[in-house]
Design a protein around this ligand. Structure first.
Ligand code: BMA
Length: 753
């Protein structure tokens, strides 16, 4: 119970030793190097030969985007620039940098936008050519919560000025390396199609010392080992969700159904050639061979083992990826789906490692939402489920093993229909055609809850009495007045350095206030305090590491900084699916694939909660667009909802038992997620067995009492208590409805003590 006495108190300076420390900066730099993806390396232009002359181009080399904006932005002290990072490498004798570009870009007028790209003097290129040097061009992008990106120049596409820069450099040399400092998918066809660009590193937004990581990678102090967590297509319009992404500010229709990301590009005829860089792809400075491939069934599990050998000249790491290919059957299926993955340790040249990966055969089932075979059931259809292993979805070896289903179909899990759409006219099938969708009714149940009858007492037990076993929680709750129950189901301003509020805080009952703080890239302090924390690599980069150790490192670092600042609930991880490149918050999310997202996030949750820091897995669910996010209705089939958009949450709930989950702002098939009984009590609690606490996002528009009835326990950052009091008095709500929510909040606070 190390925290009880310091909860909701400002930390003494002596306590905050790891926050924004050099040690955490070093760890952040290491993590950033693990998730960068080497897209191109012709003529082995990389790693840079020792002492090679380099010259930096692009205003991003002095204006690095460490992460995205909004609640996910972390205030950090100095962010290393690429110019500084290469200056350090020059001091170490690794490279010889022509230094004036840093001065050139540094002296330009104040840049208005991340994409402002000044015209360069010709001598800047001539000099690097004259020295037989390498021109490194860095392109930066940022995005923010609350606003979506655009499929225009300066966002998904290069600006004319950026294109002119690339053309001016490539006109004189083909020793060109491009670095992408971006938070999400952009057009990469100008890299793929241009032979004069020999090298390309997708470095994402790598946190406080992401540029140090870039320099480590380009100079060979680190070998790239990241793999794409998303498909990079040629044009924005190549994505199946592009056509309708901006149909309306009031709704978002998921017509592409389960065919999102590689599930679309590798399945639907004609889509494959639209891909510049496929899911799971990433080069290394060395080469690897996968051999001794074995796949077998062990009871209900499938185990795949593969020997990975470093056959090249550099130490490096490889990611073994297991995919299955299900029979199309009646329901139709993506051609491949990721089943498991493992990353090798750093292998020296010639060194091997045998990786073994196991997953349950049931994982390959599909959900029959329309009752074509067995309504509302996950089922395996007749035929062979072939198993493959490789190092990207495009580079797979058939293991020769197939999991055979002899019967027409096998029910794996019988559920009930929930969260079905009223007006999704159609949805995509695996051949790219569409089928009509029926309209289903809205459903708003209201359970009868236990009374928790009020038992007044002059000398109430405190929550510490509950914690130390002198009082049962139910008895503790019975001593709470209606007003106290209502009070605890809303957030309250706390005494902390964060800019979000706390949960709990009733002195009469010794309920401490557990303070919250954003966000996925690190602890976000209140703006203007001058307080700084470590900014860790963005979530998308962490996912591209395909390495649970990286997830653990970031989660451990952030949780330690939460703890030493007396903060208890860390509003992370954010695990919505990368459905469309334009979603403004993709930098905070993990992947187009729910298994990769779920496994990475589960490791983060286990890690932070091992320190007694609560997570808040967000935003549950289908927050895949920022425009009008407080009102927009995500309209989606039950199959796509369960198989894709809920799946990462399901993995985290079942494998990591998150203490809190944050519902999203948006509606789901007509009902706000924060007031969606079928989603919260039906699926999350009823089907997955979730026992934790559920918070709204900050300022939701649902009817407050409907949120409590649905099982959304606490309204953040605060609530209008009179509204709930009126609902109680008018019988629209019972004391029990409020008490069961208060109980889950108190159980969470007890875990934080
Ligand atoms: C909301 C959301 C959440 C965030 C919360 C608290 O706007 O963006 O992701 O955790 O604010 O700042």
């Amino acid at each position: 119970m190390s925290r009880y006495n310091r909860m909701n108190t400002f930390p003494p300076l002596s306590q905050t030793v790891l926050t924004a420390s050099a040690e955490h900066k070093r760890l952040s730099r290491w993590a950033a190097a693990q998730g960068a993806v080497l897209l191109k390396n012709e003529d082995n232009i990389l790693p840079l030969a020792k002492g090679r002359t380099v010259s930096l181009f692009g205003r991003a080399c002095i204006d690095y985007q460490k992460g995205g904006q909004g609640s996910g932005e972390v205030w950090s002290y100095h962010i290393t620039t690429l110019f500084e990072a290469f200056t350090e490498k020059m001091r170490e004798g690794k490279v010889n940098m022509l230094t004036y570009p840093g001065h050139f870009y540094g002296h330009k007028v104040i840049y208005e936008k991340v994409t402002d790209e000044p015209e360069i003097p010709e001598f800047m290129v001539n000099d690097v050519v004259g020295a037989d040097g390498v021109a490194i061009i860095m392109i930066g992008r940022t995005s923010t919560e609350g606003r979506d990106r655009t499929a225009e120049k300066g966002d998904f596409y290069l600006t004319d000025a950026e294109k002119a820069l690339v053309d001016a450099v490539c006109a004189k040399t083909d020793n060109v390396v491009v670095v992408l400092n971006v938070g999400g998918m952009i057009d990469t066809s100008w890299i793929t199609d241009n032979p004069r660009i020999k090298g390309a590193l997708l470095a994402w937004q790598g946190g406080i010392d992401g540029c140090g990581a870039i320099a480590d990678l380009l100079c060979g102090d680190e070998t790239p080992s990241g793999k794409l967590c998303d498909t990079f297509a040629r044009e924005f319009t190549d994505y199946p969700s592009a056509e309708h992404f901006n149909d309306s500010d009031d709704y978002l229709k998921y017509y592409e159904d389960v065919y999102v990301g590689y599930r679309y590009f590798e399945t639907v005829p004609g889509a494959a050639e639209k891909v510049c860089y496929p899911f799971g792809f990433g080069l290394s400075y060395t080469t690897f061979e996968m051999s001794d491939v074995k796949a077998e069934q062990n009871g209900d599990d499938i185990t795949v083992s593969v020997k990975v050998t470093n056959t090249g000249d550099y130490a490096g790491r490889e990611v073994a990826q297991v995919y299955y290919s299900a029979p199309q059957g009646v329901l139709g299926k993506p051609r491949y789906e990721l089943a498991a993955f493992r990353k090798t340790k750093k292998l020296a040249p010639g060194e091997s490692e045998v990786l073994s990966m196991t997953y349950p055969a049931e994982q390959m089932a599909s959900y029959d939402d329309l009752g074509k075979l067995k309504a509302s059931a996950y089922l395996l259809e007749k035929g062979d489920y072939k198993v493959f292993v490789g190092n990207s979805v495009r580079n797979l070896t058939d293991t020769g093993f197939a999991y055979e289903v002899k019967e027409d179909f096998r029910v794996v899990e019988q559920l009930s229909a929930r969260c079905r759409p009223q007006n999704l006219e159609q949805r995509m099938l695996s051949d790219g055609s569409f089928e009509e969708m029926p309209s289903f009714p809205l459903n708003r149940p209201h359970d009868k809850q236990p009374d928790f009858t009020y038992k007044p007492t002059d000398k109430p037990y405190t929550l510490l009495d509950v914690y130390e076993g002198r009082c049962e929680l139910d008895d503790f709750i019975c001593q709470m007045t209606d007003d106290e129950l209502i009070y605890i189901t809303g957030g309250h301003e706390g005494k902390s350095f964060s800019d979000t509020s706390g949960m709990g805080g009733i002195d009469r009952l010794g309920i401490p206030l557990s303070n919250t703080s954003d966000g996925p890239a690190g602890v976000r302090f209140r703006t203007g305090l001058g307080m700084c924390a470590t900014s860790w690599p963005c979530a998308t980069l962490v996912a591209c590491s395909w390495d649970l150790e990286v997830a653990k490192t970031v989660a451990l670092g952030g949780a330690r900084e939460m703890d030493e600042n007396n903060l208890n609930i860390w509003l992370t991880p954010a695990i919505n699916i990368h459905r469309n490149p334009l979603c403004g918050r993709n930098f905070e999310y993990l992947s187009e694939d729910p298994l990769l997202a779920g496994k990475i996030a589960a490791e983060e949750v286990r890690t932070m909660q091992s320190l007694g820091i609560a997570c808040s897995v967000k935003h549950f669910a289908c927050n895949n667009k920022e425009t009008n996010r407080n009102k927009s209705d995500s309209i989606i089939s039950e199959r796509a909802l369960r198989e894709i958009y809920l799946k990462a949450f399901e993995i985290v709930v079942k494998e990591a038992d998150p203490w809190t989950i944050m519902t999203s702002y948006n509606k789901l098939n007509g009902i706000y997620t924060s007031a969606n009984y079928e989603l919260i009590t039906g699926i999350l609690r009823g089907e997955w067995g979730y026992k934790g606490m559920i918070t709204t996002d900050w300022v939701t528009l649902a009817v407050p009492e409907e949120e409590l009835i649905a099982g959304n326990d606490i309204k953040m950052p605060n609530r209008d208590n009179a509204v709930i009091k009126a609902a109680l008095n008018e019988g629209r709500l019972t004391r029990g409805d409020v008490a069961v929510c208060a109980k889950r909040i108190l159980k969470m606070i007890l875990k934080c003590m």
